[in-house]
Design a protein around this ligand. Sequence first.
Ligand code: MGD
Ligand code: MGD
Ligand code: SF4
Ligand code: MO
Length: 682
Amino acid sequence: VERTKVVCPFCSVGCSFYIVSDRGRYVSVEYFTESPVNEGAICPKPNDLSFLVSPHRLTKPMRRTESGWREISWSEALREVADRIRDFVSKYGPDSIGFFVSVKMFNEEGYVAQKLARLLGTNNIDHICRRTCQFPTIIAGKECAGVGSITGTFRDIAESDVVVLWGINPAETFPILMGKYIMRARERGAKIIVVDPVKTRTAWKADLWLPVLPGTDVALANAIMHVLIKERLYREDFVRERCEGFEALARVVEKYSPEYASKICGVSPHLIREAAYTMARAERGSIIWSTGLIHNHQATDCCRALYALAALLGWYGKEGTCVGGLKGQNNVEGLVHMGVAPTALPGGYSLGDEVNRKRIAREWGVEDLPSAPGTNMLRMYEAIDHGDLRMLYIMGANPVLSEPNTQYVAEHLKKLEFLVVQDLFLTETAQLADIVLPAAAWAEKEGSFTSVERRVQWSFKALDPPGEARPDLWILVELAKRLGLERFFPYTSPEDVLREINRVVPSYGGVTPERLKSSKEGILVPCPSPDHPGTRVLCRDRFGTKSGKFVFKPVEYVPPPIDVSSEYPLILVTSRVVGMWHTRSMTGRSSYLVERWREPEALVGVETAKRLGIEDGHRVRIETRRGGIEVRVRVSDKVREDVVVLPWHWGANRITDQELRDKDSGVPAFKRVPCRIVVVGR
Ligand SMILES: Nc1nc2c(c(=O)[nH]1)N[C@H]1C(S)=C(S)[C@@H](COP(=O)(O)OP(=O)(O)OC[C@H]3O[C@@H](n4cnc5c(=O)[nH]c(N)nc54)[C@H](O)[C@@H]3O)O[C@H]1N2
Ligand SMILES: Nc1nc2c(c(=O)[nH]1)N[C@H]1C(S)=C(S)[C@@H](COP(=O)(O)OP(=O)(O)OC[C@H]3O[C@@H](n4cnc5c(=O)[nH]c(N)nc54)[C@H](O)[C@@H]3O)O[C@H]1N2
Ligand code: SF4
Ligand SMILES: [Mo]
C-alpha cells in the first residue's frame, strides 16, 4: 500500500490529507498531521470518499442517440466535439460557443481551458462561482480596496481581537477554519460576532448574535457605521491617511440611526450599538462573509458596506486583520487568478489592457487576443434565447440543480444546438448533453489548487481513474490537437503548464513546480519570484486602487423589487449542511454520508409553526411562485419567525427564482425567496 498527499476537493480551506491506495485503487484516508493548514484534522466530507469508486462513475465517452446513450471511443468523441466547434466558429463566429470551467479543476487545467477558448477567438469562458457566488465580492473589492481576495490569512483571523462572521456559517461550511482558527481566536479572548437570521452552530459560539432580516444587511452595516462616526469611535488617522470619500460616506449613513435601521433589519438598536462598541475596541479584527451576505438583491452593495466598515475600523494592512468574502469551492480563487472569466485575462488584467493582452498573446505565439467581452455569460440563458449562444461545453458543474429555477435552466440547455458535459457522473446536467466525456477525479491526477487564503498547494496523483476516464488537462489538450491548435499546447504534464503560468501570471512567478511539490505549507500568492517568501497580508502600504487609497462607496438600503406579500408572506433561505456538498453529485454517492445526511429538514420558528398548526416532524409543502417541494419540518427557536430555512442540496432550486438577482452582479437571491407553507401530513 502507498500513501499519497492530496489537497481536499471540497471547500476552499485547503486542507490536505493522505489517500491510502493499493496498486492505484482506493483503500482509505489517513491524516497528514504536518499540514500547517489543518494539522491533520478534516471534516466529514473527505472522510468518506467512496464516491470515487461508485459504480455510477462515467468510464467511457457517450453519445446521445434516439434510443439512449451509446458508448463511443475517445477518438470518435473528440473528433465530433472538434468538428462541431469548427462548424459553429465558421458559421456563427466563435462567440456562439461558451466554455464553462469546473472550479474543481487544477490551476493548470483552468489555465489551459481559457487559453483554448481565447485562441478559438472568444472570451465566453466562465465558471459557476462567478455566476452564483462571490462575484459581488470581487466587484466591490476591486472598487473599494483594489483586491479580489481576502486581505489576510486564516492565521490573521486567529490573531484578531474581534472576528465578525457576517452571513457565513463556517461551522457547517468551512469547518476547519471554524475549528482551528476562529476557535483559536476565541480561546485567546477575541469576541466573536455573528450576523445571521439563524442561530447557527457558528452563532452558538458567538458573543453577539445579530438576527438580521435576510437581504437588509446594508441597513445594519450603515447603522454600525453611523454609531462609529457619530460617537467618533472610528480610526480617524487611518481614514485620514489611507482612505478617500469619507465625507460622502458620513452623509449617507447619517440617517441610519440604530433606531431607524432597526425597523428595516430587525436587529434591536441595543444590539447594533453593542456590536459597534465591541468592534471599535479592537485594533485588530477580521470581517469575513460568504453567501449569506450576497445571495440577495443588493449583494454588491452589501460587500461595499462591509469593506467600508472595516476601513472605518482600520482593519487593513497589518497582521491580525483579514477582510473579504470567502469563495467557497476548492479552486475558485485559483481560477480567478488564471483568467477563467469573460472579462479578465490570466493575472486579472482587463481585456482592454492592451499592453498585457499583447504580452500574453506573444507569450502564446499569436499577435493578439480577442479584446471584446463575448456574450455576457451572466446573461447566458437570454443569449441562448436570442440564438447568440449555440453550443456550451460544461466541465464539472451541475447548473440544472445549482442555478435558480431548475425547469428554466433545463429548458434553456435543451435549446442549445450542441451541449458537451465533462463530469465524473451522469449528472442532471449531463443527462441533457449530446456528448458526455468521463473526467478523472482530482485524486486521479495532479496539479495545483489555490485555497481561499491564497495558498497554492500541489495535490499528487493517488489513484488510477476508472475505465477510460481522463484528466481534464488531457481531454483539453487532445481536443486542441483535433482543432489544429497543437503547437499552442505542447504540454506533456501539468508541470509544463505551471511553468508557462510562472511566466504569464506575475503573482505566480515564484510558484514553480519544484518549489510547490517539495513544500508542506504551499506558497501564499502574490509570489512574484522564486526567492520571494509569499504574501501574508495585502494592502500593507497602499491599496490596489488607482490612487492607492481605500475608496468609500456609500450605499443606501433599497427594498427588494419582488418582496413578501400576503400570498407569499415568508422568506425562504436556502443554506448548507456540513456533510453534503451542493448538488450531491459526489457526497450523494458516498455511502456513509448518505446514511448520516438523509434528507433535508426545513427550520420553522415556534410561533410560525403554532400559527400554521405544524409540529416538529410534520411534512409540509414549501411553495413559491415557481412551484413547491415537500419536506419535513423542524420547529426551532433558533430561527427568525419570518424566515424558513432549507438546505438546498436536495433539489431546492426547483422553487427558487431566476428573476430574483443582485442588481449589479446578476448573482441570484437564493436567500430571499418569498414563500408560503402548506401543511400536507403528519
Ligand atoms: N458542507 C458544505 N460546505 C460548503 C459547501 C457545501 O455545499 N457544503 N459549499 C461551499 C461554497 S461553494 C460556498 S460559497 C460556501 C458558502 O458558505 P456559507 O455562506 O456559510 O453557506 P450557507 O449555509 O449557504 O449560508 C450561510 C448563512 O447565511 C445565512 N443568511 C441567509 N440570508 C442571510 C442574509 O440576508 N444576511 C445574513 N447576514 N445572513 C444570511 C444563513 O442563515 C446561513 O446560516 O460554503 C462552502 N462550503
Ligand atoms: N438554492 C441555492 N442554490 C445555490 C446556492 C445556494 O446557497 N442556494 N449556492 C450556489 C453556490 S455558492 C455555488 S458555488 C454553486 C455550486 O454549483 P455547482 O458547482 O454546479 O455544484 P456541484 O454539485 O459542486 O457541481 C460540481 C460538478 O463537478 C463534478 N466534478 C468534480 N470534480 C471534477 C473534475 O475534476 N473534473 C470535472 N470535469 N468534473 C468534476 C462533480 O461531479 C459535480 O457534478 O451552487 C449555487 N447554488
Ligand atoms: S474544511 Fe474544507 S478543505 Fe477542510 S476537510 Fe473540510 S471540506 Fe475539506
Ligand atoms: Mo459557492
